[in-house]
Design a protein around this ligand. Structure first.
Ligand code: ASP
Length: 323
């Protein structure tokens, strides 16, 4: 069934779709060498997220609401590097980035370096839906979120003992921003979701705590439009995970969506994107995408990537993906 989603051909809407579609949601929970003892929690986490997103779609909810529900489920799950339980920066603080984009209207919302928000994807969605602006950072982002109904928390509420220990070890080993930080062994658990709703529209969302021991103020690809997240009904909705700096330089999500617009199947576009990332900048990571026909693409060049897909006919998940 998954293979039919990879190849399905239906209508191809332009702008806001006037055509109905079979809803689909696809999520990822980070691409790296997920150790055997963490496989189960990653699988459970992505499956629960896909189920939460699909429940919204099944009730006729929008792709934006479905993406939010799926990403919130993973932000709330301490398994992942998003929301509570994220990596700590050099100062021992959590600084979060998130982005959401609407393929029908090209409206987008991004937050960078927020320190007091449990669910930054919800702040990103508020910006998308309620602000004339597209991107907010730090205090201003937090103020906007609070003024639009999100509760702020203490930074300590986002910190868990596992991450305090991880930071201590990283500092002891002198581990800073090493070029191969997303090679086989380094952990990165950014989360993301892409969805097609019954109205035929697509959306994408990505949320992260960034990289371990990052410099305060550092923002990666995840919250930047076209880098870690992109959506256009005319091409595809895309979310990435991995070593953010190379992905930013290649504007990888938009690059991949453009391939789909030019006629490349989403699965092939995903594989080409990872080849481009590795061959051009030695980058490692993973990518998921969906187009408005419901065709999906999943690829990673790390040993593992947690993913899950739900539609009316399919419930698939895995810790690796082989097309
Ligand atoms: N891409 C994220 C970043 O560089 C990290 C990740 O995907 O885990 O901030």
């Amino acid at each position: 069934m998954l293979s039919s989603l990879l190849r399905a051909t239906e209508q191809f809407p332009t702008g806001r779709s006037l055509l109905s579609a079979n809803p689909v949601i696809l999520v990822h929970g980070g691409a790296w060498a997920i150790p055997d003892d963490a496989v189960e929690s990653h699988l459970q986490g992505v499956k629960a997220a896909a189920a939460a997103g699909f429940a919204v779609l099944q009730k006729g909810g929008t792709c934006l609401d479905a993406v939010e529900a799926a990403v919130v489920a993973m932000e709330d799950d301490e398994t992942f590097d998003a929301g509570r339980g994220s990596f700590l920066n050099m100062d021992g603080r959590v600084q979060l980035d998130a982005c959401m984009m609407d393929g029908a209207t090209l409206r987008a919302g991004g937050v960078g370096c927020v320190e007091h928000i449990r669910n930054p994807i919800s702040a990103a969605k508020k910006i998308l839906t309620e602000s004339p602006h597209v991107y907010f950072v730090a205090n201003g982002a937090e103020r906007f979120a609070q003024e639009h109904g999100l509760e702020l928390c203490a930074n300590d509420d986002l910190i868990i003992p596992r991450e305090v220990e991880r930071l201590r070890e990283a500092k002891q080993q002198g581990y800073l921003q090493m070029p191969d930080e997303f090679g086989p062994m380094r952990s990165h658990d950014t989360v993301g979701a892409v969805a097609l709703d019954s109205a035929g529209n697509i959306a994408a969302g990505t949320s992260t705590g960034g990289t371990l021991n990052k410099a305060p103020g550092r923002v990666g690809d995840s919250s930047l439009i076209g880098c870690g997240c992109y959506a256009d009904n005319l091409s595809a909705a895309v979310s990435t995970t991995g070593w953010g700096e190379p992905m930013m330089k290649l504007v990888l999500s938009k690059w991949t969506a453009d391939r789909v617009e030019q006629g490349t199947f989403p699965q092939e576009a995903a594989q080409r994107a990872l080849y481009y990332l590795k061959s051009r900048l030695q980058g490692h990571g993973g990518i998921i995408l969906i187009d408005s026909r419901g065709r999906v693409g999943i690829a990673h060049n790390t040993p593992r990537m947690a993913w899950a897909l739900s539609s009316a006919t399919t419930n698939s998940s895995g810790i690796q993906f082989q097309p």
